[in-house]
Design a protein around this ligand. Structure first.
Ligand SMILES: Cc1cc2nc3c(=O)[nH]c(=O)nc-3n(C[C@H](O)[C@H](O)[C@H](O)COP(=O)(O)OP(=O)(O)OC[C@H]3O[C@@H](n4cnc5c(N)ncnc54)[C@H](O)[C@@H]3O)c2cc1C
Length: 467
């Protein structure tokens, strides 16, 4: 007989009594009411008899936005199921053992041109204005990225830099952004041709090889175009209208988004573990689309990252939040979080990023690899999910197999809410409480514990009323 599963249900809604907003005084952060505190709660064992209008798989930006909208705009109930031990998806941040606020899955800098997304998130957080600055170590010198006219001057002797700058400004309008592959393809001779090759080799080539194990030419051009060459002097990494960090961190912002009486959050639980014991009408799935379909066509490839955190007993480690190492070392970049969070402390924590292949089930799938054959494979899965006939909605970076910035993930979720969720809210649901896709020939969820059937009830630990 398999042991009975224990599922932690963490309530962030009305039944959750947290410690209120986190303190952020004099360099001391406290995410007082976050999931960390819940670990000390004594669970109370109850059964979930409740019928939920929605089950949402994943508590990242996509899942949290949709849950919040469904709960607040439609007054419908949502169970958010998250397999990690925290909310926030990849944007999760926490205080490390030295009290420094760090980002578990790599540095996350919020930037957007969308006032709709900005206004929406501003309901759940105040902001710290922050402009991200990145340096790259090239030939022993630190130069600003994206490569711009200031980078020229940081790299080359004054006269050479002036000549190259004049040539660039004769050829391009001041302020334009030129993707490196376009710059190289524009058949520039002489000094400009040399410059294009120099930037390609020193800034892009080795970095891309480390990050993706592919050359820039092998990847979809959109990847290198994310960091174009700038014919200007603005050193800011992003130029969006809104650039800021959530004042009390991402996790606290997520906690507020999910703190609605209609929302219950289940942590440490893959949705397949509870799909047979929780009653709900419809599902939104923000996990990997190939996993949902049982990998019937094989795995969609991802790149993963290993983040090595180091605590350093001095006030600051480097000049800016991010320093890239395109040509030296196995790692790609070092992030120092205090630059981003404005935290005052006598010591600091950095993260060193080591890219690596993603071994599914062992590594986090971080970046979809945008190549035509992978897109074809994704399209096959997408077609498969169409056969479920709308009972499950798919969204987010894993379900769409697409790199989204955080604002794009929110935008996608808000759009999905308007076009599919709200529109169909009163159009009728599956009154049996059972998903119709169960009878689908290919997409079948294997019971986690063989031998158990749908009617078996498993004890569910609800952590509530702690605080
Ligand atoms: C290294 C790195 C750095 C980044 N930096 C930035 C940045 O600076 N600025 C920016 O705008 N964007 C950045 N991003 C992008 C940002 O992380 C995404 O936009 C965001 O994570 C998208 O949110 P999501 O909800 O779609 O996905 P996620 O955040 O991945 O959330 C999906 C959640 O679903 C859960 N899940 C999956 N399958 C299951 C299952 N079967 N059962 C239960 N739960 C499941 C996962 O555990 C996960 O928590 C970065 C991404 C990476 C990888």
């Amino acid at each position: 007989m398999p042991a009975k599963a224990v599922i932690q249900v963490v309530l962030l809604g009305s039944r959750w009594r947290g410690n209120g907003a986190p303190a952020r005084d004099k360099g001391h952060f406290s995410l007082g009411s976050g999931a960390e505190d819940l670990k000390s709660c004594q669970p109370e064992v109850v059964r979930i008899e409740k019928m939920f209008d929605w089950m949402i798989v994943g508590a990242g930006f996509t899942g949290a936005t949709l849950a919040e909208q469904i709960a607040s705009q439609l007054n419908q109930t949502v169970m958010v199921v998250e397999r990690r031990d925290h909310i926030g998806g990849n944007a999760y941040d926490y205080l490390d053992e030295h009290g420094i606020l760090v980002h578990k899955y790599g540095p996350h800098i919020f930037h957007t041109n969308s006032s709709q997304v900005w206004d929406y998130l501003s309901r759940f957080t105040d902001w710290l204005p922050y402009n991200h600055h990145v340096l790259a170590v090239i030939d022993g010198k630190k130069i600003p990225l994206p490569f711009n006219l200031n980078s020229l001057h940081a790299l080359f002797p004054h006269h050479t830099a002036r000549r190259l700058e004049t040539l660039l400004l004769e050829r391009f309008d001041e302020g334009v952004h030129v993707p490196i592959l376009e710059l190289r393809a524009s058949n520039m001779n002489g000094d400009l041709g040399f410059l294009a090759d120099f930037i390609y080799e020193k800034v892009f080539y080795s970095y891309t090889l480390k990050q993706w194990e592919l050359t820039p030419d092998e990847l979809d051009p959109s990847v290198t175009a994310r960091v174009p060459v700038r014919i200007g002097r603005d050193n800011r990494y992003f130029l969006d209208r809104y650039q800021a960090m959530p004042k009390h961190g991402y996790t606290e912002m997520f906690r507020k988004m999910l703190s609605h009486p209609n929302i219950e959050v289940v942590l440490n639980t893959d949705y397949t573990e509870i799909i047979d014991v929780v009653k709900f009408n419809r599902m939104i799935y923000t996990g990997e689309i190939d996993a949902f379909c049982g990998f019937v066509y094989g795995e969609l490839p991802y790149r993963s990252m290993h983040f090595e955190f180091k605590h350093i007993r001095r006030g600051a480690y480097q000049e800016v939040a991010q320093v890239n190492y395109p040509n030296d070392h196995d790692f790609t970049r070092i992030t120092e979080f205090k630059h981003m969070t404005a935290q005052q402390a006598s010591a600091t924590t950095i993260a060193v990023d080591y890219p690596r292949p993603c071994r599914r089930g062992r590594d986090d799938p971080h970046y979809p690899i945008p190549m035509p054959e992978n897109q074809d494979l994704y399209n096959r899965y997408l077609k498969e999910t169409h056969r479920i006939n709308g009972n499950v909605l798919f969204a987010g970076r894993l379900a769409d197999y697409k790199y989204y910035n955080m604002d794009e993930a929110v935008r996608r979720a808000l759009d999905l809410f308007e076009t599919k969720v709200a529109a169909s809210a009163h159009a009728g649901s599956d009154s049996t409480g059972r998903l119709r896709f169960r009878s689908h020939p290919i997409i079948q969820h294997q019971p986690l514990f063989p031998g158990q059937c749908n009617t078996v009830e498993r004890p569910v630990q609800i952590m509530a009323e702690c605080g």
